[in-house]
Each structure stands twice: as C-alpha cells, then as structure tokens.
Ligand binder design. Sequence first.
Ligand code: TRP
Length: 337
Amino acid sequence: MEKKKQVLSCIQPTGDLHFGNYFGAVKNWVDLQEKYDCVYGVVDYHAMTMPYDPKKLRTNTWELIFNLLAVGIKEENLFIQSLIPEHSELCWIFNCFTSYGMLTRMTQFKDKSIQNKESGADNFISAGLLDYPVLQAADILIYRADYVPVGKDQEQHLELSRNIAQRFNHQVGKEFFVLPETLYTEVPKVMSPAAPNKKMSKSLGEKHYINVFGEEARIRKQIKSAVTDTGETKEGEMSAGIVNLFTLLKACEKTEAHAALMLDYESGNLKYVDLKQAVADALVEKTTIFRAKKAELQSNKKEIKNKIKHASYEIRKQAQATLKEVKDLTGLMNVRF
Ligand code: TRP
C-alpha cells in the first residue's frame, strides 16, 4: 500500500473558536483526516510572541484542545507544541540557516510589530516575534510534511520554510527535507456579522465573531442584528451582509434552503427575516451538536488530557527521529541515555 501524504497544520491558543476559524480552516482539517496522515498542533510557543498572560496560556491551550476535539479532530492527530521540545531545538538550528534580512521583510512581522507598538504601552517587540516563522518552519519540516493547509496570509511563511529546507539540504549535501507545499482548499470567507466588509475576527471585538460553542440566544441575537445594508452597495449588486448570510447558510450545508432563498432574492421577493431565520437555525443546529460533544469531553477532562499527552508523546517520536538525523548531519552531538 502506498504511504499516505503527510499533512501538518497548527493553530495558536488564543481564546474562542469562531465560525470564521471553523469554516475557513478547522472544518477542512477535519475532512483532510480521511485522506491523509495528519498532525495538528496547538502552538503555545508561538502564542508567547505577542503580549500575553502567562496565567492564561495553559488554560487557553487546553480549551482549544477540547474545542478541536469537539468539532471532529481525532485525538491521535493532536499535539501540544511545548510537549515536543524538539521543535524549539530545531528552530535554533534553523536560525543558523535563515537569512536575517528575509525575516525582517515578513509581512506578518511588520504588521504585528505595528500592532504591538499601538497596543502595548511599553513599545516592546521581542526577538521571538521576528523568529516566529523559523519556529513555524521547524513545526512543518520536523514531520517531513508534504502539505500544509493554511490561508493565503501564511504563503510567505511557507515560502520561507522551503527556503530554509533548501539551504539546509544544500549545505549538508543531501535532499534531506521535503519541500512543503501549501494545500489550498476552496473555503468560504466568513465576514463579521456587525461589519460584513471585514473578515470575522476576535481582534475586532465581541460582536464581530460568532462563537462555535456560543449560546443559542446569543447566536440568534447576533444574526437578527446582522448588518444587511452597508450603504456601499452598487445598484443591482448583492450587499456584503446578504452575501455573508448566504455564505453561512451554504457553509452549513443547507443547500435546499439556500437555493430557495436565492430564488426569492433573484425574483426580488427575499425577506431578510426569512434568510436570517434560516441562518440562525442552521448555526444553532451546529452549535448544539458541538456543545453537546464538548460537554461530554469535559466530563472526562482528566482522561482526555492524558490521551492528548499520550498522542503528543507518540507524535514526538517522529520529531525525535528527524532531529537525531539533523544533529548527525550538522555535526552536533547525539547522546543515547
Ligand atoms: N502562523 C500560523 C497562523 O498564525 C500558525 C502556525 C504555527 C502554523 N506553526 C505552523 C501553521 C505550522 C501551519 C504550520 O495561522
């Protein structure tokens, strides 16, 4: 039997999971598990690169683990980055194969530096923020990932990972690292219900995102008050708010309702309340399932946590094997205890 291709992706533990994350990324991760060998990481080391609260990091990490499990990620495919110290060790080695100039030119570094300056009172930009993409390259290359499902905003980081791999391979005179490819899947672009010209995001504030585990009443309220007219729509064009509601309906796989309401729209008979009702029902149907699953997992907290530690332990073996070879190739020491 042919070996399945290796897929890897990671997500930072920064609070709630919203429908933008879910439909835009995590649902795709769930589906990819059918076809590929997948590993997904919760990257807590990455979460330290922006101002953060040490008291909350562990809680957020576990919270995200439970959220990912509740929406369908398999526990054996999940790891926590800080349980696999080889990532940060490989990151150091990669630092010595990375161009400093390239790091300073990363768009995300530039954007986040500005964000940091604006939000942080003390103007502090850590070397960790600059080094962020090198750690990301280590996350990817340590598992010899063929495909990395990420959004367009991460393309530059993927390019850097390939660059590091090539430089490494060249220097050690061996095609050691696989050059990872970005795996693009057509995913719906979910916008903020309160400002449908902007992407759904936590950083915009509470009314701009719909929590995947949100309370029914709150979700209904958010959809009810979703902005339908942004005042910028051209004659004969569907407004961004309506597009977004249709997007959500389709993402929830309500194909029939979607088709019927679209016909209403085309014949000029669409009542916004009907569309909103359908979207709210569809989202609530999803959250009801996810909430039940999460509650079930949380009633077994200790056992689930142990399973994830065990999964990380198993996944770590791959990381250790890669690092051992890297140390041999680069002239570093390997000790057998
Ligand atoms: N930088 C990614 C993001 O912000 C998160 C990430 C860290 C990642 N390491 C990774 C994504 C490795 C893919 C592969 O979304």
